[in-house]
Design a protein around this ligand. Sequence first.
Ligand code: CA2
Length: 149
Amino acid sequence: MSVQEILVINGPNLNLLGQRQPEIYGYDTLASIEEKCAVLAKELGVSVRFGQSNHEGAIIDMIHEARTKSGAIVINAGAYTHTSIAIHDALKTFEGYIIELHISNPHAREEFRHTSWISSVADAVMAGAGAYGYELATRLAAEKIKAAS
Ligand code: CA2
């Protein structure tokens, strides 16, 4: 088991990053974010793997796989953050470090974004730092998995 791996999970619509709504989500694409995190992870002596799905069940499968392969999960569950008890339950089965991540600050947006089913099962919650949040989360996850190994 490579507990030195950080799994970064991105949920619905995040495959469109950099293509729509740049005033909210910025101009970075998911591929460019992944590249920056991979460089950073290498510097920090860990590895990072990105997964994206628009489907709740596929996200749950990624979390299950991380149970034996990853020491930390960074999850931007997109709109499933606000609705998915199934993702909440799956994250509860993961024994490593969990970071809930949002590009925007959901608390400064519509009321329906103020509830998260992820926060209560996350070790850390990061929001509003834009795409740079992925690098911040990679740094924090790397610290935590190295400290635990
Ligand atoms: O701020 C975040 O990262 C969110 O998780 C993004 C979700 C939203 O439902 C959450 O409330 C906050 C939406 C992701 C949509 O991604 C898009 C990316 C580019 C263009 C359109 C949507």
